[in-house]
Design a binder for this molecule. Structure first.
Ligand code: AHR
Length: 524
């Protein structure tokens, strides 16, 4: 080879290397265009998206209630009868439809009489599930139901089967809901509440296969029948009795409980958490790479399988669909923040959690016939929280913003979506890059879209049979970093912003979805 040949060859190799590296860089920056196509079937409305799918859960755990929602009426932090005003305002703004309390695992350790009467005389008890901390019981039945009234949420109370008695459960219901002249109703009046409360949802135990008594399904089914017999309807209150359903993939639990007690319940619960890791070695909430982004989104989509398994058994044993399914605990579960008490389950919340929320809601929307309620774990300072607090400071998380953006779907009519999504492939695995859900309320159609891809735009093109619209507006939630999150010093890192990437053209909705984004559109 001559010197000239060598120079040409060197030049060729150099040019090739440059081209390849530019291509890699371009791909890393999201230059590859992916395309999704499909239809929003405005001509085939299907099912109602219950607002109760957007429910919440507040447990006596870590800093959710104490040092979170509840600061006490002698606190310098502005409050109403001990409940933080800024939290009330933030929760009102997302129209929380229902709130589940007092647990979780705490529920089967909770004795309601500890939490009524003058606060300075209430017993101090040990929260054995969550770090053996002392519970002053300052936050009890009256305080919880006051909170529900302040935020406009319907109460969902979890009763104690594991360490309580049927009498204790029946007495609590009478205390809260009886309008007549009984000793328990009069005790409620002495404690400051004349009118009975309406309690629409009552859980008969929680995770009784685990922290709620380590029961076998046969035993729980029998106990359920016994306890539920004393969950009475007083003074026009109508309780929906909720039986403990499966956690994880325990379909045998579902089958046995449905077979033996299905005719005595109004709903069955189900729990599913996203960890993408062993329980003993959870992932951090922030400071992660694309592998962790992908793994969490991949695993949150398994909610579809968990619901489908339960639904299949319910469809077989309750073909008329009388018993509803409540996914009354869901969300991400990471390693506690450094320096926090590991038993307090305090974790940051990033853009990734916002994607988890959006994808999970889309799964729920696909199951509107059976799934009528869901409760994210948990409202404040615990797991996939809406709100984090530090002293008097408060921060709204990316997950909060998804709840706010998705309010438009509450009690709307679902419009089926047919979608061909490109794959978001990572390390030999793939998930759909795009997820879309749509609903109609009055004349307005709302479309929510999520792009799971860490680096790529997706062009989405949707035909709109049966949708009469001439304008589209929208908002987007996204950020530059996969783990972008809001802190007390920088509370507005992840915020919804106006979105101009959607247009209506030739009877189609065309959307340019940025990478790692959640978009909600309004078509009129
Ligand atoms: O949400 C935290 C805990 O997770 C709940 O107390 C329990 O029900 C579940 O295992």
């Amino acid at each position: 080879m001559t010197r000239r040949h060598l120079a040409v060859a060197r030049h060729f190799v150099w040019t090739l290397a440059l081209t390849l590296s530019l291509a890699c860089l371009a791909t890393a920056r999201g230059a590859e265009t992916l395309t999704a196509t499909g239809s929003i079937r405005g001509d085939q409305p299907g099912g109602q998206i219950s607002r109760h799918l957007y429910g919440h859960f507040a447990e006596h755990l870590g800093r959710c209630i104490y040092d979170g929602i509840w600061v006490g009426d002698d606190s310098d932090i502005p409050n109403t009868r001990g409940i933080r005003n800024d939290i009330v305002e933030a929760l009102r703004a997302i129209d929380i439809p229902n709130l589940r309390w007092p647990g979780g695992c705490y529920a089967d350790n909770y004795h309601w009489r500890d939490g009524i009467g003058p606060r300075d005389q209430r017993p101090k008890t040990i929260n054995t599930f969550w770090g053996d901390v002392i519970d002053t019981n300052a936050f009890g039945t009256h305080e919880f139901l006051d909170l529900c009234e302040l935020i406009g949420a319907e109460p969902y109370i979890a009763g104690n089967v594991g360490s309580g008695t049927p009498q204790e459960m029946r007495d609590w219901i009478e205390y809260m809901t009886f309008d007549g002249d009984s000793t328990l109703a009069n005790l409620r009046r002495e404690n400051g509440r004349e009118e009975p409360w309406k309690i629409p949802y009552f859980g008969v135990g929680n995770e009784n296969w685990g922290c709620g008594g380590n029961m076998r399904p046969e035993y729980y089914a029998d106990l359920y029948r016994r306890y539920a017999s004393y969950c009475n309807n007083y003074s026009g209150n109508r309780l929906r009795r909720v039986a403990c359903g499966p956690g994880g993939e325990d379909t045998n639990w579902t089958r046995v409980v449905m077979e033996r007690a299905g005719n005595r319940m109004q709903a069955l619960s189900q729990h599913y958490y996203t960890l993408a890791a062993p329980w003993s070695d959870k992932r951090p909430a922030t400071g992660f790479d694309e592998e962790a982004w992908f793994a969490i989104l991949r695993d949150c989509l398994k909610m579809e399988d968990r619901i489908a398994e339960t639904e299949a058994i319910m469809n077989e044993l309750d073909p008329r669909g009388r018993v509803k399914l409540y996914v009354d605990e869901w969300g991400t579960w990471y390693r506690g923040e450094p320096g926090s008490n590991p038993a307090f389950l305090y974790q940051q919340n990033s853009l990734r959690d916002a994607l988890v929320a959006a994808l999970t809601f889309h799964v729920f929307h696909e199951h509107t016939d059976r799934v009528k309620m869901a409760n994210i774990a948990q409202t404040v300072n615990v797991l996939q929280a809406m709100i984090l607090t530090e002293g008097e400071r408060m921060v709204l998380t990316p997950t909060y913003h998804v709840f706010e953006m998705y309010k438009v779907h509450h009690d709307s009519t679902r419009l089926p979506v047919e979608l061909e999504s490109p794959e978001y492939a990572h390390d030999g695995e793939g998930i759909p890059a795009v997820s879309v859900s749509a609903s109609r309320k009055g004349q307005v159609v709302h479309v929510s879209l999520a792009n799971t891809h860490a680096t790529n735009d997706v062009s989405v093109s949707l035909t709109l049979p049966g949708v009469d619209a001439s304008s589209v507006t929208g908002r987007v939630l996204t950020a530059d970093e996969l783990d972008a999150h809001n802190t007390f010093d920088q509370p507005e890192q992840v915020q919804p912003a106006e979105f101009s990437g959607a247009k209506l053209a030739d009877d189609k909705l065309e959307v340019k979805l940025p990478p790692r984004s959640v978009v909600v559109l309004e078509l009129k």
